[in-house]
Design a protein. Structure first.
Length: 679
């Protein structure tokens, strides 16, 4: 077991296709863990091990890959770059001590690179940039670096390396710290002199870097100003300080697949990158108070579950980070959320789908435990005597829905079980039954997210049918009505007879249903009056003029007629229902449409576009505030739900993927008359 200072918890983040999963392969290959790097396209990587990931050739969930590197232990958290899986990036960044933002040197800085950078910045995570794919045609280190500087908007973006050669002739990197070149002509790293044609530029960049680094350390700066050249060790130490405090952001470069510079990235992460001891302590809540927890291996055991997976053999796996203490097999901790005692039967280290049992996991480390009783993603496990809790990573709101139903009745149970399992693994999914439309709506962050769930269901042998989500319109009475419901049936012997006189009036939004009994003189026997009410309620859920459920109305039953032989509960239920039918005819209805409260966060320059678009969707913009990080704006608006059914997709095209939003039901409002035709 390595000590906490030798642990490196690294999240690989950035736009889809930038090469994060390939980088994991490159790193494992250089670490001697695998004999050959696998390819994403042939489904042969350690990280993309899920059948759906292989099929789509992209990562869909975060994957933990732990391996040793020269006396250090690196826990890589490979994340999916596609926006629909942003929840995974949150979860990984939450436990990472360093974010490596992988940027594509061909495509330049893309939307999810910026989004991931913003999230990491808002959590003050140390960050470094790896400019990848320098071997590809049209790759440009300089253009990409310029974009990194501009779009990530930090002053201290510091290149540590320069590429040697470009595109297909890219074959190594110059190290600006030590003024040496490292080439990979034989496949392995070889140290050589800086190529003559690069010497001038390398020298200038080196000077630049040194000037910026010495700024971090006052003593170093003083020496430097007195003309003393700092040693590479001194520079590294200051760089370490700048990186750990998220005030300086190194840029490394290479190619994940060749691989070039990948070993140097691992080396840099270990030598310069933060251990769990180098980053600010975690805050936990203990009895309403916020307390700092140090990653002390001898401290009280405390762990945080950041991801739940279902393994085909091991069952439910909870991936956790030890925030403090040392966890041993068969330890018992408590989950403060539900007071469940959790025994840690099986501790595992993970390398993608592979797992190996371990006896102990020390402070700062990341591992997995199988089959906890009642613990889910975001939970803390703590000692019984100190049931503290850690604030969970945020979970993006599922905003894109599709209605699902089992193809046959026989599949209904299977569907429910499978959905429950998929929800356990991914808290940014939701499944809700909408009684008004009688649809079971599966929601995720976008079309791909939902499609992946459907593919997974199919793989689990569940046959589902899908249809678009219907807007949950409602109806209410347009005005008061006073009606008589008369039910009379004479068939052979016993007849059915019941009459109810009912006054109806609409109530304000959200008031629901009220029933008043004003029957006097036994016109309807006491025991049968609830049947009138039940008949009205049934009629309301059956729907009004347009077939949508009726809501918000008051009914007062004030008279009726009764027959001692033919009257029954059934006949008065019918009378109630008929009275309602008549009221709908008499008063007419108002169709109510659901209105959502939408919160959109976008780069500030897009604020106007967003507001204009929301207004064109009949939205009422409530205001705009500054966002969760510099340069972003949050726009809030009330928008009819029918207008934003596919907003998850629309926002992406308006903002080029740089916007996020959440939505929740706000209220119901009358549907304008000219839109009634839509129904
Ligand atoms: N030529 C070249 N191709 C690369 C490099 N890195 C990745 N690729 C290719 O780019 C494609 C995408 O790479 P991935 O590793 O899947 O990218 P990712 O960042 O994991 O993508 P997501 O999982 O969707 O976020 C694959 O076909 C890789 O083989 C590189 O350095 N050079
Ligand atoms: Mg990937």
């Amino acid at each position: 077991m390595v000590t906490t200072d030798r642990l490196r918890n690294v999240a690989l983040v950035g736009h889809s296709g930038n090469g994060k999963t390939s980088l994991v392969e490159g790193l494992l290959y250089r670490a001697g863990v695998i004999r050959r790097p696998g390819l994403v396209v042939s489904g042969g990587t350690v990280s993309d091990h899920d059948p759906e990931e292989k099929e789509r050739q992209q990562s869909l969930g975060l994957t933990l890959v732990s391996f040793d590197w020269k006396g250090y232990r690196i826990n890589l958290l490979d994340t999916p770059g596609y926006a629909d899986f942003m929840g995974e990036t949150y979860a990984a960044l939450k436990v990472a001590d360093l974010a490596v933002v992988v940027v594509d040197a061909v495509a330049g800085v893309q939307a999810q690179d910026e989004v991931a950078w913003r999230v990491a910045r808002s959590w003050s995570k140390p960050r470094l940039v790896f400019i990848n794919k320098l071997d590809r045609d049209r790759a440009s280190y300089d253009d990409t670096l310029a974009q990194v500087r501009e779009r990530f908007a930090e002053t201290s973006i510091e290149p540590i390396e320069l590429p040697i050669g470009s595109e297909s002739s890219f074959h190594g990197v110059a190290d600006l710290l030590v003024d040496r070149a490292f080439v990979y002509d034989t496949g392995q790293e070889a140290e050589v002199d800086i190529p003559p044609d690069m010497v001038d530029r390398e020298h200038a960049e080196h000077e630049h870097l040194v000037e910026d680094i010495v700024e971090i350390d006052e003593a170093l700066l003083e020496k430097y100003l007195e003309g003393e050249e700092p040693s590479p060790e001194e520079l590294e130490r200051a760089l370490h300080e700048g990186l750990d405090s998220a005030s300086l952001f190194p840029v490394l470069c290479g190619s994940a697949t060749v691989p070039i510079g990948v070993d140097r990235l691992a080396e840099f992460i270990c030598r310069v990158g933060p251990s769990p001891l180098d980053v600010p302590p975690v805050q936990v809540t203990a009895g309403g108070e916020s307390v700092e927890v140090q990653p002390d291996a001898a401290g009280d055991p405390l762990l945080y579950v950041f991801k739940t997976k279902v393994d085909p053999y091991l069952g439910q796996l909870s991936l956790f980070k030890v925030l403090s203490g040392t966890i041993s097999t068969d330890d018992t901790l408590v989950n403060p959320r539900n007071s469940t005692g959790e025994r840690l039967h099986q501790l595992l280290e993970l390398r993608g789908a592979e797992h190996e049992r371990v006896g102990q996991v020390a402070a700062g480390d990341i591992a997995a435990v199988a089959r906890l009783a009642d613990t889910s993603t975001g939970d803390t496990l703590a000692p019984q005597r100190a049931p503290v809790r850690v604030e969970a990573a945020p979970v993006p709101t599922p905003v894109y829905g599709i209605a699902v139903r089992a193809r046959t009745e026989a599949h209904e149970d299977k569907l429910a079980t499978a959905l429950r399992r998929l929800l356990t693994e991914d808290p940014s999914l939701s499944v809700r039954y909408e009684p008004s439309t009688r649809q079971t709506v599966l929601r995720g962050l976008g079309e791909v997210h939902v499609q992946v769930v459907l593919a997974r269901l199919q793989r689990l042998g569940v046959e589902v049918e899908t249809e678009p989500v219907q807007v949950a319109y409602l109806e209410t009475l347009a005005g008061p009505a006073d009606t008589e419901g008369k039910y009379k049936k004479q068939t052979g012997g016993h007849g059915q007879f019941g009459v109810a006189n009912v006054r109806f009036e609409p109530l304000p939004r959200g008031a629901g249903f009220e029933f008043d009994d004003k029957v006097t003189g036994g016109a309807i026997p006491r025991g049968l009056i609830p049947a009138v009410s039940a008949g009205i309620v049934e009629g309301m859920s059956r729907g009004g003029k347009y077939g949508f459920p009726l809501v918000d109305l008051k009914s007062t039953c004030y008279d009726g007629k009764y027959h001692s032989v033919d009257s029954s509960e059934m006949s008065f239920k019918m009378a109630g229902s008929l009275a309602l039918r008549a009221a709908i005819e008499q008063a007419g209805v108002v169709v109510l449409e659901p209105v959502s409260e939408v919160t959109v966060e976008v780069p500030s320059d897009l604020q106007g576009d967003i507001m204009g678009d929301l207004s064109s969707r009949r939205g009422e913009v409530l205001g705009a505030d500054s966002g969760s990080s510099d340069g972003t704006t949050v726009v809030r608006a009330h928008v009819p739900t029918s207008e934003i059914i596919s907003y998850a997709l629309d926002l992406r095209s308006i903002t080029g993927g740089r916007g996020t939003f959440s939505v929740q039901h706000h209220t119901y409002q009358p549907l304008p008359d000219h839109l009634l035709a839509r129904l």
